[in-house]
Write a protein that binds this ligand. Structure first.
Ligand code: FE2
Ligand code: FE2
Length: 186
């Protein structure tokens, strides 16, 4: 496995751990635990900055453009009409979840609690299937079909990006949030 695919698959595992936290936090709400708005804001922060900016960022900047450019129609369908559309749907869930949290904080009505559950679980379900498709289809296709030169180029860009993000403490920060929430909800 190449460096970047291994790195992104590891991130998928971390994202999947957060999806389980989200699921358990939603079950807690259904079982009448109070909504911890701060915890849900941390989930939104993780979704936006780790799953989206950090992880989808590498896919969108380094991997997907090369696939679309070099691998023809199949890659275009998989990426442009598949993965990128799903990234956008995830952003929409994150935005609607943030709005539902704002509304609930101002006015803790059942209606807004329902919106929190809907958007959080909508995101969790979307991302679970998205991760499976990338692990089993998209990444495998890229590794099998791209040239060693293209794969090496993607690796070099990913390594540089990981180092820059590491120097800012991004990965450690979001893994810290994940571990705190796992201790509380799992
Ligand atoms: Fe993706
Ligand atoms: Fe991904």
């Amino acid at each position: 496995m190449t460096y970047s695919i291994e790195c992104m698959k590891q991130e998928h595992e971390n994202i999947s751990r957060m999806l389980e936290v989200i699921r358990q936090a939603c079950i807690g709400i259904l079982e009448l635990s109070p909504v911890d708005v701060g915890d849900f804001r941390d989930m939104v922060d993780f979704i936006r900055n780790y799953a989206d900016k950090h992880h989808h960022g590498k896919e969108e900047k380094f991997l997907f453009p090369v696939m679309v450019q070099k691998l023809g129609r199949v890659a275009d369908n998989l990426v442009t009409h598949g993965m990128l559309v799903e990234h956008d749907l995830g952003r929409d869930h994150a935005m609607s979840l943030a709005t539902a949290l704002d509304e609930y904080e101002k006015n803790p009505k059942t209606e807004y609690k329902l919106d929190i559950l809907t958007e959080a679980m909508g995101y969790a379900r979307l991302l679970k299937r998205h991760v499976e498709k990338e692990n089993n289809v998209v990444y495998t296709f890229a590794e099998n079909q791209l040239t060693p030169e293209d794969l090496a180029d993607i690796d070099a860009k990913s390594r540089k990006f990981e180092e820059e993000e590491g120097a800012k403490g991004v990965q450690d920060h979001y893994l810290g949030i994940l571990e705190r929430l796992e201790k509380k909800y799992l």
